[in-house]
Design a protein around this ligand. Structure first.
Ligand code: NAD
Length: 345
């Protein structure tokens, strides 16, 4: 079946990444024909790369050669562009966060429904190798039933760029990395949320959050701590996950870390007390050698298609989207809940 021709709207950091890295991987299915960016400089770069540089969004939308668009503009413009494109008969891939609110998403979905065009959000971190390991541990109970998940990303560079500092453009870290981590969490734990506590940080004096901590409990008993920081000169592990029979720690995207699991042997010595600071402790002493073993990380491959392959199959064959709009909606609702319970302070 024929290749889907795309135009990329917003040819900045992520628009370029889709154009020159992500779509070429699926070159038998998708192809970037051209781009539109409000910046003349970016339009010139697009031309220099041999792409068609459209002068306006309207020019893209009236081009019958374009079947789909990718939206990679600042967050506040996603809704307007998505609705115009759907009404013009284009399929739409939209960068995360899908929009500024659940209401905006609902407005987009109503038009997608009305026009019968595909609308799919690029929640790409469902394919991250570290996440796939955690998902495998969770689903296969490699460390027993998981009851605690800590998911963190921490940097020391503050909020990057320009528009990410501004509320009107949907800046801040909850709408940035927060969307990825919460999407992973809700996709992993198949249980309704029971309670949410959260705290946004404003350490750097921006009008938007430069990070946050959130504590989410699920009805199945799983407790999760999700944290994003931009003022961390040394960082905590990317993942720290406890199961009834072991603990897993993934330090970073390089997949360093370890799984320590209980052997379940009955013949082990009780741990001997150790000197801890100026006192003694048995509670915090390491378990005796026979009580635990080190396991290797599983090497899971995603049991679902890569994003653009899946998008192609959704458009051409009516396949199920791997990123479902109702999942995206739940993440948006959780984000709104976090905003509503946290105060700038
Ligand atoms: P960026 O600032 O690098 O690029 C945005 C581009 O959009 C700029 O070139 C700007 O001139 C252009 N632009 C702004 N308004 C426009 C409009 N109305 N029409 C056309 N062009 C317009 O930003 P970025 O880092 O590329 O982020 C873009 C989007 O991608 C955001 O929604 C962001 O959250 C998302 N993103 C996703 C990931 C991911 O891993 N999925 C990573 C980075 C960014």
């Amino acid at each position: 079946m024929s290749i889907i021709n795309f135009a990329v709207i917003g040819y900045g950091g992520m628009g370029s990444y889709h154009t020159h890295h992500l779509m070429p991987i699926e070159q038998d299915r998708v192809r970037v024909v051209g781009t539109y960016d409000i910046s003349g400089e970016r339009r010139q770069i697009s031309k220099d790369k041999g792409l068609q540089a459209y002068e306006s969004l309207e020019d893209v939308l009236k081009d019958d050669n374009i079947e789909a668009i990718l939206i990679a503009t600042p967050n506040d413009s996603h809704k307007e562009i998505a609705i115009q494109a759907l009404r013009a008969g284009k399929h739409v891939v939209c960068e995360k966060p899908v929009a500024m609110s659940t209401q905006e998403l609902d407005d987009i979905l109503a038009v997608a429904e009305e026009t019968g065009k595909v609308f799919m959000v690029h929640q790409n971190r469902r394919w991250d190798p570290d996440f796939l390991i955690i998902r495998e541990l969770y689903q296969k109970k490699i460390i027993g039933s998981v009851f605690q998940i800590e998911s963190r990303v921490q940097g020391a560079n503050g909020i990057p760029g320009d528009w990410r500092h501004l509320q009107q453009h949907g800046g801040g870290m909850l709408l940035d990395w927060g969307v990825h981590l919460l999407d992973q969490l809700l996709w992993l734990v198949d249980s309704p949320i029971k309670s949410v506590q959260a705290d946004l940080s404003f350490i750097l004096g921006d009008e938007v959050d430069d990070g946050f901590m959130s504590y989410i409990t699920f009805e199945n008993g799983v407790r999760a701590l999700v944290e994003v920081g931009t003022t961390n000169y040394t960082k905590l592990p990317r993942w720290y996950v406890k199961g009834l029979e072991g603990t897993a720690k993934i330090d970073d995207w390089d997949l360093s870390g370890e799984i320590i699991a209980a052997t379940g042997r009955k013949d082990v010595q009780a741990p001997a007390p150790i000197q801890a600071g100026v006192g003694l402790t048995k509670t915090m002493a390491p378990p005796s050698e026979e009580a635990t073993e080190k396991l290797s990380f599983p090497a899971p491959k995603a049991d679902y298609s890569p994003f653009y392959q899946n998008f192609y199959e959704v458009v051409r064959e009516g396949a199920e989207p791997i990123v479902k709009n109702q999942e995206v909606r739940k993440v948006m609702q959780l984000i709104e809940q976090i905003f509503s319970i946290t105060q700038k302070g």
